[in-house]
Design a protein around this ligand. Structure first.
Ligand code: ADP
Ligand code: MG
Length: 702
């Protein structure tokens, strides 16, 4: 139960004056909240940070006001001059003070309203931009008009917030001021000495300084108020992760030690020997699984480094110990491919595999679930379908998550929690190196294994960037490659926000290539039915198709070793990580592979650098670093591409330092007060609620 002191903050924003259902929808859009989730709370408003201020402190006499600048003036209303008849002239109101005259200007002014708010003879404070018109001063549409009693309500420093189409700054500003008034006095959850050292005020004062600044400096991302809030969010994040992790580690107490008999059989059937790097990581994984705590390990290895077979060996350990394992992947195509690759090896080793995706329905799904619950399936491979609540294992000991960046924290936890006693060992695999900061914020402290070498015999992929005008040359090259029995991927880009257009582009290219090269061309895209996708992929894998035209369906993980040419159209539309993933689909066999990056002219600076980097290197680590650099520091946290949730407040300069303090702080808190029962512990619970760390809260309530 959420402590009642927080209730006002979790009240629906529509309870505020001026926020109706329509604005609530706009707020949701503004805050990037999922359409199906809850409507915005007052708290969501308070977390919305200003990005600038309007300074209304300049309060000159009329004669001393600078045209072009914002001023707040005390004026006496002299005369109303309404436009005649249908004249398009504005409504003018003549004002003065002892130094001079100024007109207030209203286009389409409403006479009734204006006579009421600005009656002749009255004194009014107006604030807005002053202009010169001929030889006279005027102020069109003042932002504020108040009388002497209301002067207090005129914000001399007015915060400016990011907006969204249809939402006015005025309404948002008003809502925020009301939201601020609802903020209850919250107890302190930060360590007093640390606050003092940083010169940070309490949370109430910090939020007030941000939403009711007294100076532009108050809202700066490096100033104490923002820094404190950033730290609050980071501490909540690190605490939540530490709680989840310590619960999982504590509960385990089960050492899984296989006798190696299945692994030995697998090794015997593999058509290759493991690389030294694969053996090394397997040793690390085996030791971790054998230890009496739960494993939370990241296996990092560039595309094509052979993570799949490592995961099979790891899962075999669980089976040798009499338990089960699961392999979760982001797409159905990939799930089926993994099954196809692993099945023959598994058969030889006596491992029982099964597949569970959105497509297994009805009887066949029930059958799988029954076998799984009875322990008659050793390894279950599948997509998001794996963590649905009715999927029950007899004894899940290891959950492997491939291409982890496609899954959210909750999805990982949902699968993990299917293990006995509420948690399985977890191995997450990624080709995209994750910067340490991201790792920390996503998983807390985590063990990392790296595949540092690729299987021997791989040849470097030749990468060429070619302007689209030279499509004909590309087609001839493709024709030549086909003559040498090569297989070709042809990728058409994903048009942001329009599956239709991107599909149309792929279909058009497909028709075009088919016309030229005949029936050896196939098409696969996201809109195809699962079985249709399989048929095409299987035909390509079997060598029946020479060219596979696709949208980015094939981006992740697909493995056809005979494919040696990758054509990427509109390469300028892809991010570096994505280009690298795509290119990684070739260069897996004996043949020399080529990647052709087709681009439209008028490349942006960044797009040009991206293509250049792709030409220069095939090293995923380097590429990831460059990617971060090109996306800029502010985007380091930018996880939009990778699907990791972003911070709302922590995105400030000095983030990394704050993060590492927060990590240590969280560790210390859990050591000293694991049940959150001290006064600070009680306050920290509030902090977790404020940042909606539900998973952690559930755990310490259990
Ligand atoms: P990724 O790390 O990108 O998931 P995969 O696991 O798909 O890579 O492996 C890429 C290809 O390399 C597969 O065809 C796999 O069978 C092959 N492979 C894996 N390990 C080795 C090895 N030690 N020697 C030769 N080929 C290997
Ligand atoms: Mg893979």
């Amino acid at each position: 139960m959420r402590p009642s002191i927080l209730n006002p903050l979790f009240a629906d924003a529509v309870t505020l004056d001026g926020i109706g259902p329509r604005f609530s929808v706009l707020l949701k859009k503004l805050f990037n909240m999922p359409a199906e989730g809850h409507t915005p709370h007052i708290l969501n408003l308070l977390w919305h940070m200003p990005t600038g201020v309007i300074d209304r402190r300049h309060q000159p006499k009329i004669a001393g006001a600078f045209p072009g600048q914002i001023a707040t003036l005390a004026v006496q209303i002299l005369k109303h001059k309404a436009p005649h008849g249908r004249s398009r002239a504005p409504y003018r109101i003549q004002c003065e003070d002892e130094s001079g005259r100024l007109d207030l200007i209203f286009f389409h002014g409403d006479k009734r309203y204006l006579t009421k708010t600005l009656p002749v003879g009255a004194l009014r404070y107006v604030s807005g931009r002053v202009e010169r018109y001929g030889d006279q001063l005027q102020m069109p549409h003042p932002d504020y008009i108040v009388d002497a009693d209301e002067f207090e309500t005129l914000p001399l420093i007015e915060p400016v917030y990011p907006l969204t189409a249809g939402l006015s700054g005025k309404i948002l500003g008003k809502a925020l001021q009301q939201a601020l008034a609802k903020l209850p006095k919250l107890p302190e959850w930060q360590d007093a000495a640390w606050l003092k050292k940083m010169g940070w005020a309490d949370i109430n004062a910090s939020l007030t300084a941000l939403h009711r600044p007294e100076d532009e400096a108050d809202i700066s991302p490096v100033a104490p108020p923002r820094q404190r809030l950033a730290y609050d969010e980071l501490l909540a994040n690190q605490l939540a992760l530490a709680i989840v992790r310590s619960t999982l580690k504590k509960e385990a107490g089960r050492a899984l030690e296989g006798d190696g008999h299945i692994r030995a059989k697998i090794l015997k059937t593999l058509p290759f020997a493991l690389t030294a790097s694969q053996e090394e990581t397997l040793k690390e994984i085996a030791a971790d699984i054998a230890a009496p705590h739960r494993m939370l390990r990241l296996l990092q290895g560039d595309v094509g480094s052979g993570k799949t077979v490592v995961s099979l060996m790891a899962m075999a350990i669980a089976v040798e110990a009499g338990a089960q394992a699961a392999l979760m992947v982001p797409t159905e195509v990939l799930a089926r491919q993994h099954l196809n690759t692993l099945q023959p090896w598994a058969d030889q080793a006596g491992l029982r595999l099964a597949l569970l995706t959105g497509r297994e329905k009805g009887v066949s799904r029930r059958q799988i679930l029954t076998l799984l619950a009875e322990g008659k399936i050793d390894i279950l491979i599948g997509t998001h379908a794996l963590f649905q609540h009715d999927v029950e294992f007899k004894d899940l000991a290891l959950a492997v998550i491939d291409e982890q960046h496609r899954f959210g924290v909750h999805q990982r936890l949902a699968l993990q929690s299917k293990g006995r006693g509420g948690g399985a060992n977890v191995l997450v695999m990624t080709a995209t190196p994750i910067p340490r900061t991201l790792l920390l914020t996503h998983y807390g402290d985590m063990d990392v294994s790296k595949l540092t070498e690729k299987p021997a015999g791989r040849k470097a992929i030749k990468t060429v960037a070619i302007p689209h005008d030279r499509l004909e040359d590309v087609l001839s090259a493709v024709g030549r490659a086909m003559g040498e029995d090569a297989q070709i991927y042809w990728v058409c880009p994903l048009v942001e926000g329009s599956q239709k257009i991107d599909l149309a582009a792929a279909e058009e290219r497909y028709a075009h290539l088919k016309q030229r090269f005949g029936s050896a061309v196939g098409l696969v895209h996201g809109q195809l039915k699962g079985t249709e996708k399989d048929t095409v992929m299987a035909a390509f894998a079997a060598g029946e198709l020479s060219i596979l035209v696709s949208t980015t369906v094939i981006e992740v993980g697909v493995d056809v070793s005979n494919a040696s040419v990758m054509v990427i159209e509109h390469a300028e539309c892809f991010g570096l990580a994505q280009l690298h993933q795509l290119r990684g689909r070739v260069g897996r066999g004996e043949a020399q592979s080529t990647c052709l990056l087709l681009y439209q002219s008028n490349l942006s600076e960044t797009a040009r650098s991206r293509l250049e980097i792709m030409r220069q290197t095939d090293d995923g680590f380097l590429i990831a670093e460059e990617d971060l650099r090109l996306r800029g520091g502010g985007e380091v946290l930018g996880t939009r591409q990778s699907g990791i949730p972003e911070f709302q407040l922590a995105n400030v300069p000095g983030f990394e330092d704050l993060l590492s303090v927060a990590r240590d702080d969280a560790k210390l808190i859990l050591e000293q007060d694991p049940t959150f029962s001290t006064a600070r512990g009680e306050a920290l619970r509030l902090l977790l609620y404020l940042f909606e760390c539900d998973e952690a809260i559930r755990l310490f309530q259990a």
